[in-house]
Write a protein that binds this ligand. Structure first.
Ligand code: ADP
Length: 511
């Protein structure tokens, strides 16, 4: 600083104030003398010392290049050199190094001082440490490129997913439509277009109910579809029999859902339509076959039963015990066969809606007691206990109700190989009689429980071990429903099952 003071000693007295001002500046300031060889630094302020970590004495006399240490190949250096050579002012951002070797980014302004002749005598350099700013800029750039990379990856993923999904949608053997909230078709898969013999132009963008001569304007279906968005209630397995313009009379199974995406409901409806005409026809043929076959089997069986009874009555004198016991056994097996065939007949009657109900008032406690007694005789190895009574009268078909109890108790015995206990409860619950059959057998898993009352359903693991046709519960369920009651099951695998049903008590019998 002394040197500078000396150089300017002839100048006005304010010089001290100027130097004080330079020293209190936040940016580093240096002055170089261009008239001396190698343009040495002849002044630096405090901030420059702080910024570089060098002391005033270590700085004065040096060319600025010491600040770049070994990092010499920066293009900014050439630019600086050129500006100094030409006596121009300029601004560069350059990598500099502190005394301790740490890098810092220097934003450097240089401006020449010229004498009266226009010759450059000095350069004034003003510098700011912009390391932080550079770091943030760098981080920002990194962040930006990582976000861009992620967006690219995500877009690629989405495109792949979309291609994947749309190829599934186009391949499934089910007609699919997506509708917006105005029931306008947003997309239709190939299966839909092929099945209904329509083009994409005829379909997409059109209101569903106006498609192909209003072929989808089917009252009850329309009502269900229009309720989906306001209520979120899906349409499940709705059968529509309809005469479609280009494909004729068909039975379609319609399922429709409000589309949910990432946990949020959208104003879009997905409709899946399956042509079940052929399946229905095959089912109908099977039902017809079942009905005819069971009729045909029943007739000779009735004759056989009659003949056995005749043989039992007309047993030859002195016939052996073996003869009579064999005849009794034949009679028992014929009875069993008869029950099986009657069950099959019942199923086909239920299917065709021809099941007859002979309703008469009867005392339910007695029906239960009689059935339990009969079964106890037939299954002497099991203890069937009857708990409770109701003293009520039910209006219904007593034979059918006793068939239900029979089915439930027979199942309770059949599916509890390791237990000999079956409990039958009968109670009054409000205006209903509730009958429960509880066993301590193998139980039923949740998946099977949902299907147990379906026709021909048998749990997979028991199929080979226990005989049966899988229709007893189906018939029982239909009978109970026809009597305005409900039949249900509660069960845990390995712990047993409780089948319960209710029947309404006859009005004038209620307490
Ligand atoms: P079936 O006994 O002839 O198979 P059902 O219609 O009576 O026909 O029963 C259907 C299926 O329900 C049975 O195959 C069996 O898997 C299951 N099931 C019925 N009752 C019971 C029970 N008490 N415990 C366990 N499983 C049962």
């Amino acid at each position: 600083m002394k040197a500078l003071q000396h150089s300017y000693s002839m100048m006005d007295n304010n010089i001290d104030i100027y130097i004080q001002a330079l020293n209190s500046a936040n940016c580093g300031i240096i002055i170089t003398d261009n008239t001396q060889p190698d343009n040495p630094i002849i002044y630096c302020n405090k901030a420059f010392e702080t910024m570089t970590g060098y002391s005033y004495d270590e700085i004065i006399g040096h060319n600025c290049r010491f600040l770049q240490a070994q990092d010499r190949s920066q293009p900014e250096r050439n630019f600086l050199k050129e500006c100094i050579f030409k006596g121009n002012e300029c601004r560069v951002e350059i990598r500099n190094y502190k005394k301790n070797g740490h890098l810092f980014w220097n934003e450097l302004f240089i401006s020449p001082v010229k004498n009266k002749e226009g010759k450059v005598t000095h350069f004034i350099g003003v510098q700011n440490d912009i390391t932080e700013r550079k770091r943030s800029e760098h981080e920002l750039r990194e962040e930006k490129s990582s976000v861009e990379r992620k967006i690219k990856e995500r877009t690629k993923e989405l495109v792949e997913k979309e291609v994947f999904l749309s190829s599934i949608i186009q391949t499934v053997r089910e007609s699919l439509l997506v509708l917006d909230s105005d029931y306008k078709v947003l997309s239709a898969n190939n299966h839909f277009l092929n099945s209904f013999k329509v083009t994409s132009e005829d379909t997409v963008g059109k209101i569903l109910f106006e498609l192909g001569n209003h072929q989808w304007n089917i009252g009850p279906l329309k009502e269900l579809l229009t309720k989906i968005l306001p209520t979120n209630n899906p349409v499940i397995d709705y059968e529509v029999e309809h005469n479609f313009p280009y494909i004729g009379k068909k039975v379609m199974l319609v399922n429709a859902y409000r589309i949910e995406f990432e946990g949020q409901y959208k104003d879009r409806i997905l409709i899946a339509i399956e042509d079940i005409t052929e399946k229905k026809e095959i089912d109908r043929r099977k039902d017809d076959f079942l009905s005819i076959a069971s009729h045909e089997l029943k007739t000779p069986l009735t004759t056989i039963k009659g003949l056995i009874q005749l043989l039992q009555r007309m047993a030859p004198e002195g016939s052996s015990e073996k003869y009579t016991t064999t005849l009794d056994k034949v009679s028992v097996y014929v009875d069993r066969l008869n029950i099986l065939i009657s069950d099959l007949l019942d199923t086909s009657k239920i299917q065709s809606g021809n099941i007859e109900l002979h309703k008469e008032p009867f005392k339910i406690d007695k029906t239960i007691t009689d059935t339990v007694e009969n079964l106890s005789l037939a299954a002497p190895n099991h203890r069937i206990s009857l708990i409770g009574s109701t003293e009520s009268t039910v209006l219904g078909d007593e034979l059918q109700i006793s068939q239900v109890i029979n089915n439930l108790i027979s199942n309770a015995i059949k599916y509890s190989p390791g237990s000999d206990k079956v409990e039958v409860y009968i109670n009054r619950v409000g205006n209903f009689v509730k009958i429960s059959v509880k066993d301590y057998g193998m139980g039923i898993n949740a998946q099977d429980k949902a299907k147990i009352f379906e026709r021909f359903f048998r749990a997979r693991d028991i199929q080979k071990k226990f005989p049966g046709l899988g229709i007893g519960l189906y018939i029982s369920h239909e009978i109970v429903v026809n009597h305005n009651g409900t039949l249900w099951v509660e069960s845990e695998v390995g712990e047993g099952s409780t089948f319960s049903f209710t029947l309404p008590i006859m009005k004038n019998d209620e307490n």
